[in-house]
Design a protein around this ligand. Structure first.
Ligand code: DC
Length: 205
C-alpha cells in the first residue's frame, strides 16, 4: 500500500491557512480537514449549555455542518474549549486517522505538526502580522454581513493568539522542521504558490 502523505499546516487565526490548505489539497489531490472546525463545533455546543468535554466525546459529523461555526462568538468559544486537555484528547484519534488516509491528507490547525502528526512529510507554518490578519478578517466579516470594526476584530485576533500560544497543552508554535510562510506581504496567489512549492520540494525528496 502507498504510504500516506501528510501535509500539516499550522498558524494563528486568519493567516490564510484555510485558503492555502484548500488550494494545496486540490493541487495534489489530497483530502482536507480543517481541524479548527472540530473545536468550533465543541465551542458551539458549549455556548448552548453543554459540557465541553462531553461535547467533544460525542461529536458527530453533523456538528461540522452547523452554519454558525464561523461567527466571532464561536471562534472565541473554540479557543476556550481548546485549552481543556480532555477536549484535545477526545479529538485526537479522529484527526490522526484522517491524516493516515491512504490517498494522503492536508490537515490545518494549531498543533498538527507538533502534536497530531509529528511525522508529517511536510509541515508549513503560515503566519502574518496581527494587523494584516485583522484587516483580512474584517473584510471577510463585512462581506458576510456582520457589523463590526477594525479595533474589535484586532482585539479578538490578539486575545485568541494569546490564548492559543500560552496554553499548557499543545500551544500554537511552529514545529522545528516547519517551513514558515509569512503572508503579510503576499497576495492569495503568491501565498498559494509558496505553499505548493514547499510541498513539491519535499515530495521530490
Ligand atoms: O482555525 P480556527 O480559527 O477555526 O480555530 C478555532 C480555534 O480552535 C482556535 O482559536 C484554537 C482552536 N484550535 C486548536 O486549538 N487546535 C487546532 N488544531 C485547531 C484549532
Amino acid at each position: 500500500m502507498m504510504s500516506p502523505f501528510t501535509v500539516a499546516i499550522d498558524g494563528p487565526a486568519a493567516a490564510g491557512k484555510g485558503t492555502i490548505s484548500k488550494a494545496v489539497a486540490a493541487h495534489f489531490d489530497l483530502a482536507h480537514l480543517d481541524t479548527g472546525l472540530l473545536y468550533r463545533a465543541v465551542g458551539a455546543r458549549m455556548l448552548q449549555g453543554e459540557d465541553p468535554i462531553a461535547a467533544a466525546q460525542n461529536l458527530v459529523a453533523g456538528d461540522l455542518e452547523n452554519t454558525d461555526l464561523r461567527t466571532a462568538a464561536v471562534a472565541q468559544a473554540a479557543s476556550k474549549v481548546a485549552v481543556i486537555p480532555e477536549v484535545r484528547a477526545a479529538l485526537l484519534d479522529f484527526q490522526r486517522a484522517f491524516a493516515r488516509r491512504s490517498g494522503g491528507a492536508v490537515l490545518d490547525g494549531r498543533d498538527i505538526g507538533t502534536v497530531i502528526c509529528p511525522q508529517a512529510e511536510v509541515k508549513l507554518f503560515v503566519t502574518a502580522s496581527a494587523e494584516v490578519r485583522a484587516q483580512r478578517r474584517l473584510a471577510e466579516l463585512v462581506a458576510n454581513g456582520f457589523d463590526t470594526d477594525f479595533d474589535t476584530v484586532l482585539s479578538d485576533v490578539k486575545t485568541r493568539d494569546d490564548r492559543d500560544m500560552t496554553r499548557a497543552d499543545a500551544p500554537l508554535r511552529p514545529a522545528e522542521d516547519a517551513v514558515v510562510i509569512d503572508t503579510s506581504e503576499l497576495d492569495v496567489q503568491a501565498a498559494i504558490a509558496a505553499a505548493i512549492e514547499a510541498v513539491s520540494a519535499r515530495k521530490a525528496t
